[in-house]
Design a protein around this ligand. Structure first.
Ligand SMILES: *Cc1c(COP(=O)(O)O)cnc(C)c1O
Ligand code: SF4
Length: 374
């Protein structure tokens, strides 16, 4: 067994085990939750907890609030209906999600794929073959996001065979691997794994950090190994109540990520997934976080704030209102301090084709009426 596998084997998987570490917890209440949504926390991640109510604990310790469903559904993004074969989600014209594993080093309590991770649903060899075959016969797919679960929970040999299978397909230009391992089990990022990944460039890795305290020296070392292998790194965070729904926390998180050579890519509005209602924040919280970043720190540290549209409409970016309005040639813009600035939009006078914009703001009103969306 490799060292990371030993770490994983010693993960805490029952509330009873957890109570040895935290004697005060309500084991029975937690067991009722863990029966529905499995728990697993690596000893490494558990060591980051300072108090049972802190942002680290909230992400990994089962909470009875998970059983309050508020009418939420288990697959709000309609991934199942956009799966031509069981482990591929094909929503966008030129890219697809390839779900190769349902295991993770830790089961995040807010996970969008709570319906699948750590459950009896598993990905077989046969399903992965079917997935590859679908991608192969679908030439418009030029970018494959290898995800799960966590693809890096598979053995190096299996990862090698999946990636080489993808690389053999001529129309697959870019491979992206989505993993939380650098955050929850940084020991997984071994030199051997990195040497496997680097054979399949252009290959990107998107990690998943939620809180600045997760950027430990071990995590930063794991990220450095990946970056040193020429792998561009991005980060996808989810806005979570009580974890990171605070501009100061996000500022710190994204600065530390950037210093670890990770570009903050997406900041997601939490999906409306059954069992995660207690993490949801209103959209304004996310706008506030973006306002707290833009201009106040390096533009490289500002992610796209996106809502994955319920029903399967895809990711929709949301921006704070910076274009205020147009008055003739003058456009009123708001800067990061909230001050209004005039921009003299001179394109028309310089013979640009955009003359029609010199009058009234040309709002395209082609969207469906709200009633039609329901
Ligand atoms: C997020 C996602 C992708 C990748 O989208 P990008 O915006 O290119 O990062 C692809 N397929 C599905 C189904 C997704 O949810
Ligand atoms: S690592 Fe990702 S897929 Fe796994 S439980 Fe966490 S959020 Fe879900």
């Amino acid at each position: 067994m490799e060292l990371w596998q030993e770490f994983l084997a010693s993960a805490i998987r029952t509330p009873a085990q957890l109570s040895r570490r935290f004697p005060g917890i309500d084991v029975e209440a937690m067991e009722r939750v863990a029966e529905v949504y499995p728990m697993c926390v690596t000893p490494y991640y558990l060591d980051l907890i300072r108090q049972l109510s802190d942002p680290i604990a909230k992400q990994c310790i089962p909470d009875p609030a998970e059983l309050d469903s508020f009418g939420l559904v288990s697959d709000p993004l309609a991934e199942e209906s956009m799966s031509p074969v069981p482990c591929v989600v094909h929503r966008y014209p030129d890219r697809a999600l390839f779900l190769v594993s349902t295991q993770c080093a830790m089961y995040c309590r807010f996970c969008t794929r709570k319906r699948k991770v750590g459950t009896d649903w598993s990905v077989s060899e046969e399903m992965r073959r079917e997935g590859l075959a679908y991608i192969e016969r679908t030439p418009e797919i030029r970018d494959v996001v290898v995800s799960g679960g966590d693809p890096l929970m598979l053995s190096d040999g299996l990862i090698d065979s999946i990636l080489s299978g993808l690389r053999r397909i001529p129309h697959v230009e870019v491979i992206r691997v989505g993993t939380r391992a650098p955050c929850t089990l940084p020991q997984r990022i071994t030199p051997r794994l990195v040497n496997t990944l680097r054979k399949y460039h252009p290959l990107y890795v998107n990690t998943h950090f939620e809180h600045p305290r997760e950027l430990t020296p071990e995590a930063v070392r794991a990220l450095a190994r990946l970056a040193d292998a020429g792998i561009p790194l991005g980060n996808q965070s989810v806005l979570l109540r009580g974890v990171n729904d605070d501009p100061a926390v996000f500022l710190e998180l994204n600065r530390r990520l950037l210093a670890a050579r990770v570009k903050p890519y997406y900041m997601f509005q939490a999906d409306l997934v059954d069992g995660t209602a207690h993490f949801c924040t209103p959209i304004e919280t996310g706008l506030n976080v973006i306002r707290g970043l833009r201009g106040h720190t390096s533009g490289m540290a500002v992610p796209h704030f996106v809502i994955d549209s319920p029903g399967g409409g895809g990711k929709i970016p949301i921006l704070p209102e910076e274009y205020v309005r147009r008055e003739g040639r003058q456009v009123i813009l708001r800067n990061f301090r909230g001050h209004l600035h005039l921009y003299n939009d001179r394109a028309a006078e310089m013979g640009s084709v955009y003359e029609e914009f010199a009058g009234v703001p040309a709002l395209v009103e082609e969207f469906e009426p709200l009633a039609a969306i329901g």
